[in-house]
Design a protein around this ligand. Structure first.
Ligand code: F3S
Length: 645
């Protein structure tokens, strides 16, 4: 039987496990990336493991999230990461060099390699034929130390692309259509593999827009074949030697197949507050717009911004609209400056932001109260923009630019003839903001620079025989990691300071939660379906750990968050019978009398509700290896214990 493209890469990197869907597999990881918001902790963890040099082929530390420097914290964190990178063999991408996924695609991504990154949009690398996955910072630390990365062997979902996009319809509209059909849960446990004749009509950056938002499907990752177009892209980046051809076997078997005819697609928008609430722009109608933001790791490539420039050239931004544009990388920014497109953007009235995540992570450009903001980003969860009641619509760069001029949501097809953008034969290459690590011989003399904001992460202990704790919080379905540990400019500078961050845990759901934790010293969280969806933020596990959370019992988990909980030593439990969720009230006293033995044996977990006098069963969502890890008190304890043997 033939193999799919993803199965081929998995097979060539398989360290343990069976390639049957649902089994745990361990993969050799070739490359890692971190961004600064998750990176500080990942590097603290890497240091704690005591491995002197990274064992990956290439590891890169990017600074792109927290580039506003309104206090010492960010600058200190950047210096800490830079010094760790230099000492331990990691390339350092300086602030200003661009958004991790955009830069990685340009300068480091290699078809057929495995990549994990402590950022949920790491699957962007699938656009160039990598098996690229979002992971917890701790997983990245372990991979840098030469350890395997463990995932559940995914099912294979093939999306056949037929036809060709119509003028002014773009790659963003393809992934929005996929999200409309499959929803934010539709990719869970699957690799989404694109194929069909429509693939050859899409450039690498367009493919990367699609694989980037595969994260919103909940997919393990998404991937495109590596073909002549990939080769041309790498050649234009001066990296033709990195190219190999990659395609599935002709007789590859997929678990599901979906066909999308590109010729039939129209401009789309994801309406507030979920990336799968997708409608055609024409169906929403001419809604008044307050703000337009163009950029993010989804849509900030040279191609995207050239399309925007072609729409804005010679026009003026509507007086009621604030237009902000963040180029994805220094390479993109420089090329726009060199060819005059930057002048077109500026003279139209765009506010040019630095090459960073910026408004995507709530770093500036929060919309006005109840403002309507069109964004080319990948997420529109409530409050993420920094304005609690803002209405965020996710659109293509073409829709965003057209609407910035008219002041109302506008279908770019009304603009008339399209100006196609040719992919450049040579990108501008200047890696002077990428700092290589010190040579091995000099590395021991490199001093790690620790500012006062760098605090150690919480200590964990081996799992006791029983747990008795109150249900300190009960929440509903679709809790995101933004709910658990909010992002935003006031909080992000403290990502290496977990004691401070704990003041904000679940702040949008229940402001009293951190205080209740402090008073009780320990607790259990009760949640609904799809708990922990959204960003891969490891702090959404580390902060509850610091607050004394011992277990989380839910109807279902999002994959990365569930793994992050296990890594932190918090037990992820799922109700065997979802109806038991209704029998628990917040502050009920719960007891897990045999938890250690049950985790050891992999049997059902008995939960007694001492307040109600009832009992129910839950299932630990843990592989055999994760069970050992939780027994040890988390991955770091586990790795430390095992590396000593
Ligand atoms: Fe940055 Fe937003 Fe992407 S925070 S990495 S641009 S999802």
């Amino acid at each position: 039987m033939g193999l799919t493209l993803a199965q081929k890469i998995i097979q060539s990197h398989l360290l343990s496990g069976e390639m049957t869907a649902g089994s745990e597999i361990g993969l050799k990881i070739d490359q890692t990336l971190t961004q600064d918001a998750t990176g500080t902790v990942a590097y603290l963890e890497f240091e704690a493991m005591g491995v002197p040099r990274v064992k990956t082929e290439r590891s890169v530390a990017y600074i792109d999230h927290n580039t506003l420097q309104t206090g010492f914290e960010n600058a200190d964190d950047h210096r800490f990461i830079q010094s760790v990178a230099k000492k331990h063999g990691i390339y350092f991408s300086r602030p200003g060099n661009g958004i991790c996924h955009q830069v990685h695609l340009e300068r480091f991504g290699i078809p057929g390699k495995t990549l994990i990154g402590s950022d949920s949009h790491t699957p962007t690398g699938g656009g160039i034929g990598m098996l690229a996955m979002g992971a917890g910072g701790l997983d990245v630390a372990v991979a840098m130390g030469g350890g395997a990365y463990y995932i559940t062997m995914p099912k294979m979902l093939r999306i056949n692309l037929t036809g060709k996009l119509s003028p002014w319809v773009s790659a963003k509209d393809i992934i929005l259509e996929v999200l409309r059909i499959l929803t934010v849960k539709g990719g869970v446990g699957k690799v989404v593999e694109y194929g069909g004749e429509g693939v050859s009509t899409l450039s690498v950056p367009e493919r990367a827009t699609i694989t980037n938002m595969g994260a919103e499907l909940g997919a393990t990752t998404s991937i495109f074949p590596s073909d002549e177009i990939t080769k041309e892209f790498l050649k234009a980046q001066g990296r033709e030697q990195d190219w190999i051809e990659l395609k599935p076997d002709a007789d590859a078997v997929y678990d599901e197949v979906l066909t999308i005819n590109l010729s039939e697609l129209a401009p789309m928008a994801a309406c507030p507050h979920s990336p799968d609430k997708v409608k055609k722009v024409g169906e929403i109608g001419k809604m008044k717009v307050d703000q337009v933001c163009i950029g993010s790791c989804t849509n900030s490539s040279y191609r995207d911004l050239m399309r925007v420039a072609s729409i804005l050239k010679g026009k003026t931004v509507n007086p009621n609209v604030s237009l902000a544009i963040a180029p994805g990388s220094k390479q993109v920014y420089t090329m726009l400056a060199q060819n005059g497109a930057l002048a077109d953007l500026i003279s139209a009235g765009a506010r040019i932001l630095e090459c960073a995540c910026g408004p995507c992570i709530g770093m500036g450009q929060s919309p006005n109260t109840a403002g309507i903001s069109l964004r080319t980003f990948n997420r529109n969860f409530e409050g993420r923009s920094g304005t609690a009641d803002a209405q965020i619509y996710l659109v293509s760069p073409e829709t965003a630019a057209a609407s910035a001029i008219t002041g109302v949501l506008t279908d770019a097809r009304t603009l008339g003839k399209e100006n196609p953008v040719e992919m450049p034969a040579h990108f501008y290459i200047n890696d002077n903001l990428i700092v290589p690590p010190a040579d091995e011989s000099e590395a021991k003399d490199v001093e790690i620079l620790r500012g006062p904001n760098i605090k150690e992460f919480p200590a964990t202990a081996a799992l006791p025989q029983s747990i008795e704790a109150k249900a300190l919080l009960k929440v509903g379905d679709n809790i995101t990691t933004d709910h658990i540990m909010p992002a935003g400019s006031k909080i992000l500078p403290y990502r290496s300071n977990i004691p401070y961050l704990s003041n904000f845990c679940f702040g949008v759901c229940d402001k009293e939660f951190p205080e209740r934790c402090r008073q009780n010293g320990k607790g259990i969280i009760i949640g609904g379906a799809n708990y922990g969806q959204g960003s891969s933020r490891e702090h959404a596990a580390l902060v509850p750990l610091y607050l004394g959370i011992k277990a989380v019992i839910v109807k279902s988990f999002a994959r990365i968050h569930c793994a992050n909980l296990a890594n932190a030593g918090i037990i992820p439990l799922m109700f065997k019978n979802e109806k038991d969720y209704d029998t628990i009230d917040q502050m009920d006293e719960l007891e897990l009398p045999n938890i250690r033995t049950e985790i050891e044996n992999g049997t059902a977990v008995l939960v007694k509700n001492l307040t109600k006098g009832t009992t129910f069963e839950a299932e630990a969502v843990l592989s055999e290896r994760q069970r050992k890890m939780v027994l040890a008190g988390g991955l770091l304890n586990y790795t430390r214990e095992n590396s000593g043997k």
